[in-house]
Design a protein around this ligand. Sequence first.
Ligand code: SF4
Length: 462
Amino acid sequence: MMKTADEFLVKSDEKAFDLGHRKTINHNIGKYNVAVTRGISRFENLENSKKKAHAIKWRVMENLDKYLPEFEANFQRRGGKVIWANDAAEAQKEILNIINKRNGKTVIKSKSMTTEEIHLNDFLGEHGIESLESDLGEYIVQLLGQPPYHIVTPAMHLSKEEIAKLFHDRFGTPIDATPQQLTQKARELLREKYLRADIGISGGNFLIADTGSIALTENEGNARLCTTFPKVHIAIVGIEKIIPSMADLDLFWPLLASHGTGQNLTVYNTILSGPRRPEETDGPEEMYVILLDNGRTNLLAQKEQRQGLYCIRCGACLNACPVYKNIGGHTYDTTYSGPIGSIITPHLKGMKEFKHLSYASSLCGKCSEVCPAKIDIHKMLLLNRRDAATTHENPKTEEIGWKMWKTGMQKRSRMDMVGGKLKNFFMKLLFRKSWGKYREMPEVAPKSFARLYEEKKKADNN
Ligand code: SF4
């Protein structure tokens, strides 16, 4: 079986030269760039807002043991139930228990990367439960049997013609249907599903500690329908999503909307604080929040890299990244792709298997520049590389190569011990593969500058 890193290289190679893919991505990211430039211009002092977001997230991560129980106590006080899940298997098991208790057969879902992380749809399918995505982009990729391509815009890699063809093949809509017609068709198909679904499942953009609530933000209104129509609502939220107070949404909602889609504020913003109360007319009879660890505490344990947990999943770093724009979201083969995926995945899923992602970067720093939480992403990439090297996770040949290079570089006489020919031979032997087939290896001159200088000096003296 091919190793994850090798697969990544093969797929990157294919995608980077797929001109159709590049055209669609450039078009969609181009539209995003225009919208975001306008969106962030609405901040009076964007830099200060970003610094404040960073400071709040820092405080939260340093005090997670205080904020999470505070959320739990407040949410339970209003009738909600909290479940702590260490990993994907635990979360899956708890969700299945809740569904089985209700004898549920159908689930309607709103967009959630945590459910992707635990492979919920496949898991429920294996247990005979229909799980349907209701976000339009997610619905499209679900029809194609694909994972989301991007954490904010799951179907970003598809052109409107490709989506029209998909709907034509599946539902008989005109082959040249407009985006409005396609949306209308999806709406017709989904409406009835909300009414029939036994369970509604969502993620959560923020967990609010002081009120014990989850905050959801979306543009289609589907999350509201998912969380209010079915009798049971389950929200699966990563433990890092906590913010201290409802007042902090004043900062985080506009930051997320402007960096995610270029909006001042997303169209639908909902705060849910438990199941329906006796005096209320709408809402589920039961509401659960599953607090998901799934490797997050491993990242928390890394003092220098825990910044990765400040992420609010706006997707801005993906859109800014020259690597992501060329190889696309699916190539990473991880739930979180692009720069943020590259810094957190080695900690969530293992350094040995995913360290290569921290090398898939030009270190241009654009990701850090655009991040609304001011995560020093490119520094995190370097720290991951350092960790991979110090724990000897890199290939043996690479280690030997660097050792030889270090020994040689420490003394001029050692560097000049062998000529350019032999140096070129070793460079090719050790680095040819990692250098890649599209780049020419640099050639070392037959004689070093120091030697040429010495020779010239000698000749001048004679
Ligand atoms: S790391 Fe920053 S820019 Fe990237 S998705 Fe997270 S918050 Fe957005």
